[in-house]
Write a protein that binds this ligand. Structure first.
Ligand SMILES: [Zn+2]
Length: 83
């Protein structure tokens, strides 16, 4: 983890939507982790699978519940260019 790591705001942990950058309470965001198995990759189509229970290992990415963000995430993953 990097940057400001201020997770303790008013109440509970806060996470940032990886698409719109809006900061929201963790329970209002859906966690995704990078898929490790080929079968899992097919579920999301972008290399990530949803992790509603937040129990899967690996780097988590959070997406808010706006349809726009969900759709963009499914298409592009975390929205950052990695190459
Ligand atoms: Zn969002």
């Amino acid at each position: 983890m990097s940057a400001s790591g201020q997770d303790k705001d008013a109440c509970g942990p806060v996470r940032m939507c990886c698409i719109c950058r809006q900061r929201l309470p963790q329970d209002q965001l859906l966690r995704h982790v990078r898929a490790v198995k080929a079968s899992e990759e097919q579920e999301a189509g972008n290399g990530f699978v949803p992790d509603p229970r937040r129990r899967m290992p690996g780097r988590g990415l959070y997406v808010c519940d706006r349809p726009e963000c969900r759709e963009r995430f499914l298409r592009r993953g975390d929205g950052r260019k990695k190459r």
